[in-house]
Design a protein around this ligand. Structure first.
Ligand code: F6P
Length: 331
């Protein structure tokens, strides 16, 4: 890491923003413990940017973060704030920050939250350090976000369970997983769960091809078929796909299972706890070394930092090698 001038910051805040993910509490714990270890005073901002605007602060100490590493959700609560998108909202937040003598904010959020933080830092002199979290895993500047691993495991376990019924009763199931614009969960769970078809938002679904794959599989004496679709795929979701499959395979039972928010909850996996702990630690280390308005990330096995203004949504790279592998393994 490029070591910069030591910072003289004395008091900071930590907050969670946007949709919750498993691993947020592990990250809060890491941020708070690393801050305290470095003699920084730290407060928690409750309810995301909404709490920042209304001055919803709570003191944090080693005790407030004990016994939370294994918990899903966020002890600080979260929100998606429309008010922080406005200049007035950001000014109100700035006034609260100054009143509390907060000198920097650790923001555990997604690309939308970082966009808000970036707009704020163009108007006001309080820096942010971002930590990426989203089960969709679609934030640039990092290969992996907090929450993805647990959500992926939840979706895979669900596929395994659905497979038991599908196999026992010789049924077809369409399973819809989360992923508004990204196919990471669908692709990962589909691969890990041995799905017969995977539909992601990054590519257009070829209905003819799907029909052929399903019919061929069935005729080759497969006794169950599972189609995994990301909610953001343009095909219209699991219900619409099931309707179409029923039309060309009328003698088959076609079930639908929409996993929804169970993918966002639950105890974080060991991998998410470790990632969250690393990100929290390096966010504070970075701040102490003088980094400002950057997001901590993990690329090529190393911690890295990217300017907040460069962070955007990124997509699963469906290149020809990946396509070939998916086609081979789902056939
Ligand atoms: O961005 C994470 C995510 O879980 C998406 O996969 C999903 O589309 C969205 O959040 C749901 O958001 P909410 O919980 O606000 O409905």
């Amino acid at each position: 890491m490029n070591r910069k001038k030591k910072s003289k910051i004395k008091k900071i805040a930590v907050m969670t923003s946007g949709g919750d993910v498993p691993g947020l509490n592990a990250c809060i714990r890491s941020v708070v413990r690393t801050a305290i270890f470095n003699q920084l005073e730290i407060v928690g901002i409750q309810h995301g940017f909404e709490g920042l605007i209304s001055g919803d602060f709570i003191p944090m100490n080693a005790g407030t973060v004990s016994n939370i590493i294994q918990l899903g959700g966020t002890i600080l609560k979260s929100s998606r704030s429309a008010r922080f998108k406005t200049r007035e909202g950001r000014l109100a937040a700035y006034k609260q920050i100054k009143k509390e003598n907060i000198e920097a904010i650790v923001l555990i959020g997604g690309d939308g939250s970082f966009e808000g933080a970036n707009a704020f830092t163009r108007e006001h002199d309080i820096p942010f350090i971002g930590i990426p979290k989203t089960i969709d895993n679609d934030i640039s500047g990092t290969e992996i976000c907090i929450g993805y691993d647990t959500a992926l495991n939840t979706a895979t376990q669900a596929l395994d369970k659905i497979r038991d019924t599908a196999q026992s009763h010789e049924r077809i199931f369409v399973v819809e997983v989360m992923g508004r614009d990204s196919g990471y969960i669908a692709y990962g769970a589909g691969l890990a769960g041995g799905a017969e078809a995977i539909m992601v938002p990054e590519t257009r679904a070829d209905e003819k091809n799907l029909q052929q794959v399903l019919k061929q599989g069935w005729n080759r004496s497969k006794s169950s078929l599972i189609i995994v679709v990301a909610e953001g795929n343009e095909s219209g979701g699991a219900l619409k796909i099931a309707e179409r499959v029923k039309k060309y395979m009328p003698s088959n039972y076609v079930g639908v299972c929409i996993l929804g928010h169970i993918q966002r909850g639950g105890s974080p996996s060991a991998a998410d706890r470790i990632l969250a702990s690393k990100f929290g630690f390096h966010a504070i280390e970075g701040l102490l070394m003088g980094r400002r308005n950057v997001m901590v990330g993990f690329k090529k096995n190393e911690i890295c930092f990217t300017s907040l203004h460069r962070i955007k949504r990124h997509h699963l790279d469906i290149n020809k090698h990946l396509l070939k592998m998916i086609t081979t393994l789902t056939s």
